[in-house]
Design a protein. Structure first.
Length: 69
């Protein structure tokens, strides 16, 4: 499964509409500068990049991002 598809699926499981989910996914991926990853498979990423994509999926606050730095 591609990262973008997985993010959308999980966001919709949390009750977000498709429109809201896509907006949040774009926002977090832009913040982390990983929008180019949306078409990649998660198993193709390094552990750090997989962790950053997980933050996007769950919509955690920026303080979590600071922890990874």
């Amino acid at each position: 499964m591609k990262i973008g598809d997985q993010m959308l699926y999980l966001a919709q499981l949390k009750g977000l509409s498709k429109r809201e989910a896509l907006a949040r996914i774009q926002d977090w991926c832009q913040r982390l500068d990983i929008t180019s990853w949306l078409d990649k498979k998660i198993e193709d990423l390094s552990k750090r990049y997989a962790a950053e994509s997980t933050i996007c999926r769950h919509g955690h606050p920026p303080t979590t991002i600071d922890y990874l730095g």
